[in-house]
Write a protein that binds this ligand. Structure first.
Ligand SMILES: C[S@@+](CC[C@H](N)C(=O)[O-])C[C@H]1O[C@@H](n2cnc3c(N)ncnc32)[C@H](O)[C@@H]1O
Length: 263
């Protein structure tokens, strides 16, 4: 059974810091290039989070367009509303990706980055996504496959146990491999799939890798026992990474997969 992350105020702040790093800004640029929002379009951001992507989209659709950001976490909605306050074409609502409270065909396009991997009932969520898009509307979905991690460690077996524990924060840590089929079953036609890597070939204190290392450390401290990981073992894993950083031997990479589909 998965032990989901709680997207409370503290989590919202650390997610925002991680998503402001150049790595994740680069990911947003790739997503925007694939989604290609046009002036006047109505676009839905499912799982809007801190609102960084919705802010970029709102500027691109302009005054004549509309951006709706939806998230199930009130702390995320508060943060996204603050960020989007000066953009009247954007609004944020609390809600569930699997039960969208929007009219049929309400949007020209929809985007969802790092969200569907948290959603248990994907056929229902994609059915909802299709319903709220107009015929011919675009959907851009990006998620991580956590099997794609390459992370240097002095103890590979311990690293594998920590990553297995981390898998537990999602409903499906391997969603991308199944997404093409799920989209087809929901009535979408996938027209483009791309890898968006997060790579840290060396340590950078302000980076996605640094943020995810801290997040995994916190998660494994709280949930390691369910996977037979003692507190000492989790700390040993973290201290090993600090030693590798000191020696200039840090290496981390993981792949996101971006699917562009049409209704
Ligand atoms: C990792 S964050 C990604 C945020 C944002 N999409 C981005 O890329 O900046 C995941 C977000 O999905 C939201 N979320 C998770 N499950 C959800 C669901 N079933 N419905 C709506 N939002 C959900 C969380 O509250 C969180 O804000």
């Amino acid at each position: 059974m998965s032990q989901m992350l709680e997207f409370d105020e503290a989590a919202a702040r650390s997610l925002e810091a991680m998503y402001l790093t150049p790595d994740v800004a680069g990911q947003r640029a790739r997503v925007l290039e694939m989604l290609a929002p046009k002036p006047g379009e109505r676009i839905l951001d499912v799982g809007v989070g801190p609102g960084l992507l919705a802010q970029d989209i709102a500027r691109l659709v302009g005054d004549a367009g509309r951006v709706a950001g939806l998230d199930m976490a009130p702390a995320m909605i508060t943060m996204a509303r603050t960020r989007l306050a000066a953009l009247p074409q954007a609004e944020c609502v609390t809600g569930d990706a699997a039960a969208l409270e929007f009219a049929d065909g309400a949007f020209d396009a929809a985007v969802s980055t790092q969200v569907y991997e948290y959603v248990a009932d994907m056929p229902k969520a994609l059915g909802e996504l299709r319903r709220v898009l107009r015929p011919g509307g675009r959907a851009l979905i990006l998620d991580t496959d956590w099997r794609s991690v390459v992370w240097h460690s002095s103890d590979e077996a311990r690293m594998a146990r920590v990553l297995t524990c981390w898998d537990d924060h999602l409903a499906d840590p391997h969603l991308p491999a199944k997404l093409g089929r799920l989209l087809a079953r929901a009535g979408f036609q996938t027209i483009r799939v791309e890898i968006v890597p997060m790579l840290a070939a060396q340590w950078q204190p302000v980076s996605y890798a640094a943020g995810i290392m801290r997040t995994i450390h916190g998660f494994a401290r709280g949930n390691g026992a369910r996977h037979g990981l003692s507190a000492d073992e989790v700390q040993g894993w973290y201290d090993d990474q600090l030693r590798l950083i000191e020696r200039g031997e840090f290496f981390f990479s993981v792949n996101r997969y971006a699917f562009l589909a049409v209704r």
